[in-house]
Design a protein around this ligand. Structure first.
Ligand code: FES
Length: 154
């Protein structure tokens, strides 16, 4: 088993104080570029390249949408939950009349990773199970995928 397959493994990200100062840091861990975000007292780790078309999320605005903290991709404004990678969009709910605007989920589209603090240092536990659309833009092998994945721009 290669090191990228282990889910028990912790990868060193950096010193907590440095990551707080930087607010946003891109780290390359085992071939995967991960954006570490410090926002309002919490750390988030999300794959750096947007699932839609591979743009960097590093400069994306952060907003609370539908009770979820989201990063908004700078390129085409897709909204992605920082906690679980869910893609969100707002549209008219045609099941009601008149159709109100509301938030809908596209499901999990962007890979996120647990981040853990140990004595002032942060470590990432790489999430590698299955296939998530943002994997398409990472230079890593996804061993748990048994089917051919086709990239769709949804
Ligand atoms: S590349 Fe992110 S929304 Fe299109």
């Amino acid at each position: 088993m290669s090191s990228t397959q282990s889910t028990d493994e912790l990868l060193f990200v950096g010193k907590k104080e440095d990551l707080i100062s930087a607010q946003r840091t891109v780290v390359s861990l085992q071939g995967r570029d991960v954006l570490i975000i410090y926002h309002e007292g919490e750390f988030y780790a999300i794959d750096s390249y947007c699932y839609h078309s591979g743009s960097s999320l590093e400069t994306g605005d952060i907003e609370e949408l539908n009770n979820k903290l989201c990063i908004i991709c700078p390129k085409h404004k897709y909204k992605i939950s920082l906690c679980d990678g869910e893609g969100l969009y707002r549209a008219r709910d045609r099941s009601q009349s008149p159709p109100p605007l509301r938030w809908f989920s596209k499901g999990v589209k962007q890979r996120v990773h647990p981040i853990i603090e140990i004595q002032g240092e942060l470590y990432l536990r790489p999430a590698t199970s299955g296939y998530i659309e943002s994997d398409y833009y990472q230079d890593v092998e996804h061993v748990n995928t048994n089917v051919t994945q086709i990239k769709t721009n949804t």
